[in-house]
Design a protein around this ligand. Structure first.
Ligand SMILES: [Zn+2]
Length: 418
């Protein structure tokens, strides 16, 4: 233990004091005492540590009950800034966040994840550097990144990601730590979307949440008691490669056959749409292909909305197959909220109805009694929000907090692994 480090038990109670103030707006010292259940001496000790670290402001005088007028305490969200990024197969979003998770300076870029980590992370770093310069940021405290593939969370290393050639075991965290000298956390994009959805409306319902992304691939992020369930290696929720069929005709990107995403993901929809044209089954898609030379997931979704029978059936099939897997997850995990996101969720109510019908038909009545299933808002930056939440929760995690609180910033620390 370094000289400036505090004991873990102290860090645990310190984290509770900081959380009480962070979630309260302006708060008096006696309220901190009553909310945490700590003695006045202990609460005061931690408040002073947090004040020294610049995490709190002393605000307006409160109401005096005789004697000295106490000053109200306020969390100082601008003590530190996070750089956050969400990488998709072909899109990159970057932004900054303050310590309260408020996001600003959102920038979007086209990219190709398949160009490999050197090219894509150089693009991320360039975007970060532009924001740092423009906003004159001199207090970067951490970086959070979401990648569209499995990530070993403890090390920040992507593991055999199917759509990310060249990224397998690339040291994403190390590269960014070397450049910025701040702690870096990397996670799977769907996990961050689940965290972001919870952060938008933190309540009991969103604390037991499954976020399903139906994009080019299919994946799930799972929250229990408001915390991400990552599993032993960090790949919990990777449902895209659950076998749902014995068909040998479709080989998945993972090399296996019959995987969920190889049959109902966005790439599968576009592929099946082309086949439907060849077989003369969709007039709508045939016309779209004539106009645009190609067929995308979007065309199939638009076709379903305009009533083309093949497209309607295709979207219903996606809903039914996703619903079957979700019904298993519902029986297994008993969530109270399921949010459907990703590009294919643009199919809207038709997709939602098919998913709901299957889930409610195939799950235990008790498990679905209060279950809400809804679509996520398109393009609401939920992944970026989740990236900020990830950094905040890791930064204030007692084991990590104790390492940096006395120096007033986490810079130069190796990212804590759990
Ligand atoms: Zn697969």
């Amino acid at each position: 233990m370094s000289e400036s480090e505090i004991y873990l038990n102290d860090a645990k109670s310190l984290a509770l004091v900081i959380a009480a103030i962070r979630h309260s707006g302006q708060i008096s010292r006696s309220k901190v005492v009553s909310q945490t259940g700590f003695s006045r001496t202990l609460a005061t000790k931690h408040i002073n540590i947090a004040l020294r670290a610049g995490l709190l402001n002393e605000g307006e005088p409160g109401i005096s009950t005789g004697g000295r007028v106490p000053r109200l305490l306020d969390f100082n969200p601008s003590a530190g800034t996070f750089l956050i990024a969400q990488l998709g197969a072909s899109r990159l979003s970057v932004a900054i966040s303050d310590l309260s998770g408020r996001i600003s300076e959102i920038q979007e870029f086209n990219t190709e994840i398949s160009l490999g980590p050197d090219a894509v992370l150089a693009q991320v770093e360039e975007a970060f550097d532009v924001i740092i310069l423009k906003c004159k940021i001199n207090n970067v405290w951490g970086i959070g990144i979401g990648l569209p593939g499995p990530v070993e969370f403890a090390t920040g290393i992507p593991m055999s990601p199917p759509i990310m050639p060249g990224w397998d075991r690339y040291q994403v965290r190390k590269r960014l730590v070397d450049k910025y000298d701040v702690p870096v956390w990397v996670d799977n994009d769907v996990n961050l979307m689940a965290l972001g959805e919870h952060a938008k409306l933190p309540n009991e319902k969103s604390s037991e949440l499954i976020y399903i992304k139906i994009g080019s691939g299919v994946g799930a992020g799972i929250l229990t008691h408001g915390k991400l369930h990552r599993g032993a290696q960090g790949c919990a929720g990777d449902i895209g490669h659950i076998a749902i069929s014995d068909t040998l005709s479709v080989v998945c990107r993972c090399g296996n056959v019959g995987c969920l995403e190889s049959l109902v993901g966005g790439i599968a929809l576009a592929r099946d749409g082309l086949e439907a044209i060849v077989n003369g089954k969709s007039k709508y898609l045939a016309e779209r292909k004539k106009a645009n030379k190609t067929i995308s997931t979007r065309d199939v979704i638009e076709g379903a909305k305009s009533g083309d029978k093949w497209c309607v059936d295709a979207i219903n099939n996606v809903g039914n197959q996703i619903g079957r897997i979700l019904a298993m997850l519902v029986n297994f995990h008993n969530p109270s909220l399921i949010v459907i996101g990703g590009g294919v969720s643009a199919a809207g109510d038709q997709l939602l109805a098919a998913i709901r019908e299957t889930v409610f038909r195939r799950s235990l009545p008790l498990a679905t009694r209060d279950l809400e299933i809804r679509l996520g808002d398109a393009d609401d930056g939920v992944g970026l929000k989740g990236a900020a939440e990830m950094v905040i929760s890791e930064l204030f995690e007692p084991n990590f907090l104790k390492q940096w609180i006395n120096s007033g910033h986490p810079n130069g620390l190796l990212t804590h692994s759990r």
